[in-house]
Design a protein around this ligand. Sequence first.
Ligand SMILES: NC(=O)C1=CN([C@@H]2O[C@H](COP(=O)(O)OP(=O)(O)OC[C@H]3O[C@@H](n4cnc5c(N)ncnc54)[C@H](O)[C@@H]3O)[C@@H](O)[C@H]2O)C=CC1
Ligand SMILES: O=C(O)C(=O)COP(=O)(O)O
Length: 312
Amino acid sequence: MRVLHLDTNHPLIIEQFKELGFENHEDYTSTKEEIEAKIHEYDGLIIRSRFTLDQFFLEKATNLKFIGRLGAGLENIDTDYAKQKGIFLASAPEGNRNAVGEHTLGMLLSLFNKLNKADKEVRSGKWDREGNRGIELDGLTVGIIGYGNMGKTFSKKLRGFEVEVLCYDILGGVGNEDSRQVGILEFHQKVDVVSLHVPQTELTIGMVNSEFINAFHKPFWLLNTARGKAVVTKDLVAALISGKILGAGLDVLEYEKKSFENLFADDSMPPAFKYLTQAENVILTPHVAGWTVESKIKLAQTIVDKVKAKFC
Ligand SMILES: NC(=O)C1=CN([C@@H]2O[C@H](COP(=O)(O)OP(=O)(O)OC[C@H]3O[C@@H](n4cnc5c(N)ncnc54)[C@H](O)[C@@H]3O)[C@@H](O)[C@H]2O)C=CC1
Ligand SMILES: O=C(O)C(=O)COP(=O)(O)O
């Protein structure tokens, strides 16, 4: 097998592929067009999220037998077309679900205890105890939307807390010992904290808009470690201003990577986005929920194991 690695990764994947007799080729800099011109030479492809593997790209991958996606989200791959072409697709949610579960819990506890605000203040010489009085999770209802790998792992992390955990998933039949599945009406009625764990699809892009937000009976806290496009930033900000959303923990944003840096470089930052960067009841992280020292190893090992089980 000739394997092309398109995103940097833990070296174990290269070492273990070598032991399996695979030939590894690394290319972390070529443009998509340059990769398209040579993709027919490879049997396997290892990628994180550098490129979109659309139908046009996959048509050129005439010898491709597998794609290893070092992560969970598959919106950057035309999975239907890959399947149609008989390409084995290995993703690795097993590798970063624990990281996402812990990060989501971390964001929630940081928001409730104002850790980001208090930390900034103490460092600047301000000692304000009253302004940093926290609130407790005890007795609240946490609602999870999308109860797959990530949603389930987050609910498991809530085991030590006196909270009711509800889940809502379009699949249905997904509740377990950590969470009770409910219909959307009960979800809207009861939850105090909403955590998003849905994939990016046509149905979930823009899912958290004004209509969605206003359907909740109580003001609530929002956590998003799924995808930035699930939330309409300006509607979130309107709700933060009105108090319908009490605070937000966002690991993913509508604007990420290059466009994110550009927003700071010139004066064109949309007002809603600027608001998020300044609000004290908002915590922002740069898409690192699934990005730990341990997940880097586990993602790579998951892909090796899946490819090995299929082909060796
Ligand atoms: N911030 C980060 O670093 C990371 C983010 N993620 C994101 O988390 C997403 C979820 O990952 P997994 O849990 O592995 O996926 P999964 O496929 O195991 O679970 C997603 C669940 O969402 C449900 N769902 C889909 N559309 C829905 C809708 N409109 N309403 C309600 N439920 C819906 C599905 O039925 C499924 O049960 C990934 O697609 C990725 O976008 C994943 C890993 C790391
Ligand atoms: O595993 C995932 O879906 C992730 O979000 C991890 O980040 P990435 O998409 O690989 O940049």
